[in-house]
Ligand binder design. Sequence first.
Ligand code: FES
Length: 160
Amino acid sequence: MRRRALLDGGIAAVALGGAGLLSGSLTATLGRDDDTATAAATGTPGATSPVPQEQNGGPSVPAAQVPVGGSATVKDPASGDAVYIVQPAAGQYAGLSSVCTHSGCAVNPPKDGQLYCPCHGSKFDAATGAVITGPAVKPLPKYTVTKNGDQLRLGPQQKS
Ligand code: FES
């Protein structure tokens, strides 16, 4: 009888201890969930966050960074794709997508008036984006670029 009482008490103690552990585990889990929710809410950009400059008319670069025949790289705010701002002739600026129209590889920056795709060898005209050599058949998408003071700003992608 005494042995039975000890045994029953031990089981009850284990059961209570288990319930306590379970309770603590649930509390910890719920607490973590609350912390996660708080972190996600505070990490979410609020409506009062300042709008990045890129969304107020496209990214810009100093014109001095785009020599004749050279380029500077910016990001299309709509697609996230890299765009080369080029100056094929003095004072003439344009934006050309860096995404090859053949299979989507990144074309190299302009060199000797051409943009070369290292994947399959397509070449594009650095002034117009037109295909010089395939296998690509479509030109590189083109963007307007406006010069304002000493800044070049990427405009929208032109319709082909
Ligand atoms: Fe550019 Fe094929 S992806 S030539």
